[in-house]
Ligand binder design. Structure first.
Ligand code: PLP
Length: 390
């Protein structure tokens, strides 16, 4: 049987066994609707509120400020659509996830009179937003700044606390998409100074389809889903109890990991992988010199089609990914890497490696046993690379 190693944890993470165990009873004996007043409802309500406490502890906020959602996309949509009104100005960055970028694009495309203005702040070659650019972009009608915490392709961490300060001074709401930061590095919403912060269960070894949005007390958020008064009227709909319980357990485990210093171990394994890969000729690190979350590295292998490398490695049991999005058969280079100034061939030659809690040093060594040889073989077949070498 092929040994399989998964180094694509920024796409999704495996549910940890403790998380699965915590969720299991809520698919079976504890089936109540958390809004019911009888015993069955009380049981699941208590579980939802325990999970809310756990998520609040992970983020350094009050339980009442946690709104459960279906994941990162919904959290980002709720934060942006929930605040931006006709005629408002919104500031974002060029390297956001599409859950933010396309939501902002939609705001800008709304037919009058609901249209908003959107400014996209560029990043430098390391992938970093300059807080001074954010400050300069502020207008009298700026309502919201939405800039991500950690990038999903490069792991680059933005100076969110500095941006939070600028937002607070200008009395503007600040939302940060922390989907790729939560569980990887400690988060404190008060240190960041944000009003809204998105997380997603499946990126921190919780289940897919469950997430949370931190909403600072007093923030007037218009709900997107209209119905009952669930989640203090901020998100209607019967709660996904097993998912929420799983997210709560994943949040607890993430906090326990920080106490053990897991992120240091993760960074050591990532750095080992990175060092060895950068020893291969004509490679480079995307995001070099920027602060990054400890699990991610994004490397270009000149002369190679990233998709071809992903497929060749998958055939040998290693799962990694490109930053490129494939649409209508044409492979578009990653908007994140091109925003950082990479040539499109180099963006297409880039691969993201992202570690999870389940990965071991043996997994990294397995990857290192495959990648140099596979890169060499693909380059031997690449007329582009052969030309460059001559
Ligand atoms: N934001 C970021 C930075 C992400 O990486 C992702 C998922 O890849 C999302 C938002 C969307 O999260 P979800 O898959 O939970 O909808």
């Amino acid at each position: 049987m092929t040994r399989r190693v998964y180094l694509d944890n920024n796409a999704t993470t495996p549910v940890l066994p403790e998380v699965l165990e915590a969720m299991r009873p809520y698919f079976g004996e504890h089936f109540g609707n958390a809004s019911s007043i009888h015993h069955h409802g009380q049981e699941t309500r208590a579980a939802v509120e325990r999970a809310r406490e756990s998520v609040a502890a992970l983020l350094g906020c009050r339980a009442s400020e946690v709104v459960f959602t279906s994941g990162g996309t919904e959290g980002d949509n709720l934060a942006i659509f929930g605040l931006a009104r006709s005629g408002d100005h919104v500031i974002t960055s060029t390297v956001e996830h599409h859950a933010v970028l396309n939501t902002c694009k939609r705001l800008a495309k709304h037919p009058e009179p609901r249209r908003c203005e959107v400014t996209c702040i560029p990043v430098d070659g390391r992938g970093l937003v300059d807080p001074a650019d954010v400050k300069r972009a502020i207008r009298p009608n700026t309502k919201l700044i939405t800039i991500m915490f950690a990038n999903n392709e490069t792991g680059v961490a933005q100076p969110v606390a500095e941006i939070g300060k600028i937002a607070a001074e200008a009395d503007i709401y600040f939302h940060t998409d922390a989907v790729q930061a939560a569980g990887k590095i400690p988060i404190d919403v008060n240190e960041i100074g944000c009003d809204l912060l998105t997380i997603s269960g499946h990126k921190l070894h919780g289940p897919q389809g469950a997430g949370a949005l931190y909403v600072r007390k007093g923030t007037q958020l218009e709900p997107m889903l209209i119905g009952g008064s669930h989640e203090r009227s901020r998100r209607a709909g019967t709660e996904n109890v097993p998912g929420i319980v799983g997210l709560g357990k994943a949040a607890e485990l993430a906090r326990a990991g920080f106490e053990r210093g897991d992120e240091r171990k993760m960074a050591d394994a990532r750095d080992h992988l990175e060092r060895e890969l950068l020893d291969i000729e004509a490679t480079g690190l995307n995001g070099e010199g920027a602060p990054r979350v400890p699990n991610t590295t994004n490397i270009y292998f000149d002369g190679i089609e990233g998709e071809a490398l992903v497929i060749a490695l998958d055939l040998k049991g290693l799962a990694v990914s490109t930053g490129a999005a494939c649409s209508s058969g044409a492979i578009e280079p990653s908007h994140v890497l091109t925003a950082m100034g990479l040539r499109s061939d180099r963006a297409r030659a880039s691969i993201r490696f992202s570690l999870g809690k389940q990965n071991t040093l043996e997994d990294v060594d397995f990857a290192l046993g495959l990648i140099p040889e596979t890169v060499g073989r693909l380059r031997d077949l690449s007329p582009v690379y052969q030309r460059v070498r001559v």
